[in-house]
Design a protein around this ligand. Structure first.
Ligand SMILES: C[S@@+](CC[C@H](N)C(=O)[O-])C[C@H]1O[C@@H](n2cnc3c(N)ncnc32)[C@H](O)[C@@H]1O
Length: 284
């Protein structure tokens, strides 16, 4: 095992699994009531009204890095959310897209085929796909090896993204801070997720996970994407639709919700536009 793999193993040992930390099986992190899947399910409407715009632009950028010919490919959109990666690959000529996600409410409709499922136990035969696309889903695992092993089993190639180490935007803290004033307390899974640092991974670490999962070749690089979003309403829409916040926002009464949104927009006014640094992995 190379130094990169040892480093990620050490790191995985240090941070524990999002689910494993609570004694759950790998990938079960989101199945329980206050877990990832339930939060995304409850957030689906807010996500479509907010973060989807940013993730769509990131997915477009990711699609240009596929390690195999996309034209005519059978694609698995893994941790698909609302299906933006599948959409981007279909626009590049993919023959078919199957979307799989823990959260039924997030899943896209036709022309994608969609199914609820866990990335660590995929309900597909070996080699069912030419390409798996995992846009910001593998970062939900402190150790994504099991999920990536499953992706290797069902698809010949993988393109995947996570946030680059150190990438941040001041709107994140500012909007969470405003919402704390409205009584918001981050759900347990989100606190674990932030504490684990699992949402970001350096290129060497991502490559090492891919090799440990069985991919023979793996290349990862940092890519910067100017999402074109930056107006206060864009930044606040992005943050308020995220899975840790959207269910809480939906529970506020309409007058409070409007006030919270105004306060948040005031808090982010003058902030820089949303330029995201992500790590893109190509493996096969
Ligand atoms: C940040 S969202 C990204 C969604 C979409 N890929 C995109 O780029 O917009 C992460 C998605 O991964 C899903 N997810 C997290 N853990 C998962 C698991 N173990 N199995 C399947 N999906 C999972 C969540 O439900 C969520 O929809």
């Amino acid at each position: 095992m190379g130094e990169g793999a040892r480093r990620v193993r050490r790191r995985a040992g240090l941070v524990g699994g999002a689910g494993a930390a609570r004694g759950a099986a790998p990938g079960d992190a989101g199945v329980s009531g206050d877990g990832v899947g339930a939060s995304y399910d409850a957030a689906a409407q807010g996500w479509r009204a907010g973060p989807e715009r940013m993730y769509r632009r990131l997915a477009e950028a990711m699609a240009g890095h596929a390690p195999v010919e996309v034209r005519d490919a059978r694609v698995l959109d893994a941790g698909a959310g609302t299906g933006v990666a599948g959409d981007a690959l279909r626009r590049r000529g993919a023959r078919s897209v199957v979307a799989v996600d823990l959260a039924p409410g997030m899943l896209p409709g036709a022309p994608a085929l969609a199914t609820v499922g866990d990335l660590t136990r995929l309900p597909f035969r070996d080699g069912s796909f030419d390409l798996a696309a995992a846009a910001f889903s593998l970062n939900h695992f402190a150790d994504p090896t099991d999920a990536m092993t499953e992706l290797h089993r069902v698809a010949g190639a993988l393109v995947a993204t996570v946030f680059a180490p150190g990438w941040d935007h001041p709107a994140k803290e500012a909007v969470d801070g405003v919402m704390a004033g409205y009584g918001f307390v981050p759900p347990g899974w989100y606190a674990d997720f932030k504490a684990s640092g699992a949402y970001e991974l350096d290129p060497a670490g991502f490559e090492a996970y891919a090799r440990a999962a069985g991919f023979g070749s793996a290349d990862a690089e940092v890519v910067e994407v100017d999402t074109g979003l930056g107006a206060p309403a864009d930044l606040v829409g992005w943050r308020l639709g995220m899975a840790h916040l959207a269910p809480y926002v939906a529970g506020l009464d309409p007058e409070q919700r409007q006030r919270a949104r105004r306060d948040a927009e005031e808090a982010v006014t003058g902030m820089p536009p949303l330029v995201v640094r992500m790590v893109v992995l190509r493996a096969r």
